[in-house]
Write a protein that binds this ligand. Sequence first.
Ligand code: RET
Length: 234
Amino acid sequence: MEKFGIWIGFIGMTIGAVIFGIRAVSMRLNKGVGFAINSFFITLWAATIYLSMALGQTVIPKTLIPNLYDHPIYWGHYVDWIITTPLLLLDIGILAGVGPKLLAGIVGADIYMIITGAAATFTPSSLQWIWYILSTGAFTAILLQLLTVFSASARRRNSKIANLFTTLRNLLIVLWITYPIIWLIGVEGLKLIGSGLEVLLYVIVDFIAKVGFGLVLLKDTQVLEMATKKSASQ
Ligand code: RET
């Protein structure tokens, strides 16, 4: 069941990488091509990590340290997210036209969120909740930045860019909120669901957060071209 879910993740991300790769090539040196290249690398990286998890290489099996963990740890997810979540935030930040300082701020909070989240996952005692709370704090900061300064910056751009930003921002918020919930109900947290279902849920949201997000982002080349032109300096 778990292995099956991971392989589905690998196939889904590979299909995404092929779609975005073709899109990037077809956009040639068009101004918005950076967004397609970014989506390509996001899905390529995720496909690579799903492959490593499917091969059992970025997983600690339940039986390896049974007196420490009562469940397998798919730590490949954190290697995936530490690269792909900053890239997703760069997409939405560049679309909003925010400057390098705000981009660095949100990426910093994001890296903090993933590292403390990994710490929560690897901590086999109730000390894990300290790390979970710190990670959730950083996550809240990310959401607040998206809803305030990022949205304000996007509103100052033309209406097509602003509308695409709002759609992607809402999609991102709804999807990303499910991660700490899955963790909470999953085997690392309250153990309300089993490892197999948890793996499957992560695969589904990962797929929509990367491939679905990329498809919406790349729908209109014209908007992407406009978005790469002049941006507000902040
Ligand atoms: C964890 C557990 C600790 C608390 C929080 C988490 C948040 C994770 C998030 C992950 C997003 C991943 C994405 C992946 C690829 O597309 C680490 C699960 C807050 C928000 C979007």
